[in-house]
Design a protein around this ligand. Sequence first.
Ligand code: CP
Length: 337
Amino acid sequence: MELKTLQPLFDLEAMSKATNGNGQAVVSNGLVGQDILSVSQFDPGKLAYIFSRAREMREMVRQVGGTHILNGHVVACLFYEPSTRTSSSFIAAMERLGGSVIPITQGVNFSSVSKGETLPDTIRTLEQYSDVIVLRHPELGSAQVAADYASVPIINAGDGPGEHPTQALLDLFTIQDELGQIDGLKIAMVGDLRHGRTVHSLTKLLQHYDVSLRFVSPEILRMPLTIMNEILDAGMNVRETHDVADVIENADVLYVTRVQKERFADLSQYEDVKNHYEITPELMAKAKEKMIVLHPLPRVGEIHYAVDSDPRAAYFRQVQNGMYIRMALLAAVLGKA
Ligand code: CP
């Protein structure tokens, strides 16, 4: 019988497996030892790899709760800005994989940063104790600065209004998981598109797919021109509007964001736009039966609590996916299968 050559699902060469001296499987996926600073590092092959591993992690957690593949490894979580989801999901991810955590997540005021220690010195200290550093910092480009100094991988957990690549990975994973596809979808992003690093990263990632984008924001919170130019150059179908009513009937994904008070130099401008949008059951009544509402959270009034019981409200399922994606990413960066 003639054997046919099957098309690989993923880039098998990039995923080639080997074993280390202990007989443990070690994966070379193009991410081993890499900093994760921007979504621009992810092509469809790497995305498929991470999503496939995240699904395996989910199955493993549901069946047995955890494993030991990162036993002996340490992650330092260094957060200069508040976080609930990103910090806790990285900690949970590492612990479910058998690794350990240095948690500087309750405010760097309790670290030597409060004595004036610089970011480079803090990074050069933490790398002495850890195998990977997860960093959230208020300044654009800070993750790159950390990576320039670090000899261990840096994972960008948000650099000011810049990027939040692991959030974009979990957002995209959630879209695919909930709707079964990404190509062909109409994706509306609503709220603070100027400062929202999650929408910046997700928009860049969506360039790999055949989607229509609808940006809904007040005038002063429009998507930055650099990102608009990038996606227009890439030939993406994109429109802007100020009104959710213009997009609600056709959207497959409604990605809602918080207006980021902490990024406004002039707080009177924040007051003008802070309550601009609210997703309510009445608005949801106009939406498709098969659509999802996502939000990176925290929310501060953009989605009414009455929407939570709508099966299309996927934002807490999105939160859970964050842990599986971060488990997959930590294992990939540390080269463990
Ligand atoms: N989505 C997100 O980044 O949430 P946290 O700020 O709570 O980490």
